[in-house]
Each structure stands twice: as C-alpha cells, then as structure tokens.
Ligand binder design. Structure first.
Ligand code: SF4
Length: 240
C-alpha cells in the first residue's frame, strides 16, 4: 500500500498518525506540491488545514486547487503590519478558501498590563509563547494535520524540513508541500497564477513577522535575518 492509498479513520491515534506521517514523508519526498496536498486532503479531509502568515498565499492557493474552501488558519498576534492584515482580508475576499483568524487570549493592552509594555523586547520567547504558540495549539485542536509554507532554503534551521513529518509538540501531522521549493519556484508560481502576496515583500522584507520583531534585510543577508535581529532568536516556537 502506498501513501496515497492510506485512508484512515480521521480520529486515528497519535502512534498511527506518526507512522502515517513518517511513511508519507518518505514516499512523497520527490512528489510535486499538489500531489502532497492531494494526499493530505484525501487522508484527513476536514481535519486538515493550511496555516498562513500572509507573507504570500502560495500554499493556500495550491490547497484551494485540491480542496476548494479549505480552512486557512491565520494567527493575528495583534502586532502585525497593516499590510499583513490587508493581505489576509484580500485572501478571504478573492480566494476559494475559508480564512480562520486565531487570536491570543489577551489583547496587547491586557498583556502590557500584566507583563509590562514591550514584552517582545524584554522576553520575546514569552511573548511568542503567549501570542503565537499557545493560540496555534488551541486553534489546531480540531485538526489532525496542518500545512505550512516552510522551505528548506529559507535558513539553516529549516534545511531538514520533511515534506510530511510528525509534529511532536502538537501530536499532529505537519505537511510542508513546498519544502523543496526555492525562492525562484515561489516567484514563478506567484507570477503564473497571480497569487496574492504581501506588499512588504517588495519593500525589503523577504520574511514578514510581527512589526516590532521584523526589519528590512540588507543585500546578501539570508531571508530570515530580519526576524528578531540582534536578539539571538531565529524561530518563534511554532516550528520548533
Ligand atoms: Fe511578540 Fe515579536 Fe513574537 Fe510577535 S514575533 S509574538 S511581537 S516576540
């Protein structure tokens, strides 16, 4: 039986899901992104979603070709650039996807009152835990599998990203259908399909996170070097 033939009960237990993910990761390593997504949609149905930071809508676009109306989960930390919120709204308006916005338990004002202002400057790991990691964990509870736009060429920390893997922290299957793509592949797909992208990508921000923790990137720097620059932090914890 190959990965595409696995059609499991959607409420499979964690061990079974892990085995399924590892097997699919091996079998789909060389598969095109659409085939990887077909496997995910065929295997998990409505218990599969796409997550998007609204840097671009490439994975959402790919998934909508396989599953029109697919859930696209966006994490609104309260610290996003207006352009990112605008991209989210445009995706919801024009694409055949169901955008779901997750929010932290506390507003920024409530967090400031409890922890003091600008927690992101003093303890970005705690800020990310409160505003990203916990809300995503809660938001993904209704799914067995989630897709990301992670790519191996983005940074050394992402070089080993499997196309299908096991998300130990959340006990879910993690699908990265464009893990093997290069920035050139993304650019070509965007141009061919007229995919929505965040306007900040054309303004010196090749990687876009929360406004207080993202700066423009200088020529020759890697794409994610503008994230938490100078703070010794490279990931928010969503993908750790
Ligand atoms: Fe807070 Fe910065 Fe993390 Fe956003 S990226 S949640 S502002 S520390």
């Amino acid at each position: 039986m190959n990965a595409a033939e696995d059609r499991h009960d959607l409420r499979a237990d964690a061990d079974e899901l892990r085995r399924l993910a590892e097997k699919a990761g091996r079998e789909l390593e060389d598969a095109p992104a659409l085939e990887i997504l077909r496997w995910a949609v065929g295997t998990f149905g409505p218990r599969f979603c796409v997550t998007s930071s609204m840097e671009d809508a490439v994975v959402a676009h790919l998934a909508s070709r396989v599953a029109p109306g697919v859930d696209v989960v966006f994490l609104d930390t309260g610290y996003h650039f207006p352009e990112t919120i605008g991209t989210r709204d445009a995706v919801a308006a024009v694409m055949d996807v169901n955008v779901i916005t997750l929010t932290p338990r506390q507003t920024v004002a409530e967090q400031d009152a409890e922890y003091g202002p600008r927690l992101h400057d003093r303890d970005p790991d705690l800020c990310c835990a409160l505003r990203k990691v916990r809300p995503l964990e809660e938001g993904l509870r209704g799914y067995d599998a989630w897709a990301t736009g992670l790519r191996r060429d983005e940074s050394p920390t992402r070089a080993g990203t499997p196309v299908v893997g096991w998300d130990e922290r959340r006990g879910k299957v993690k699908v990265s259908p464009i893990a093997r793509w290069t920035q050139g592949d993304v650019d070509a797909y965007v141009a061919e399909h007229g995919v929505l992208t965040n306007p900040l990508l054309m303004d010196g921000y090749p990687s876009i996170g929360c406004a207080p923790c993202t700066r423009r990137v200088l020529e020759g720097e890697d794409a994610r070097s503008g994230r938490w620059a100078g703070r010794g932090k490279t990931e928010c914890g969503l993908h750790g």
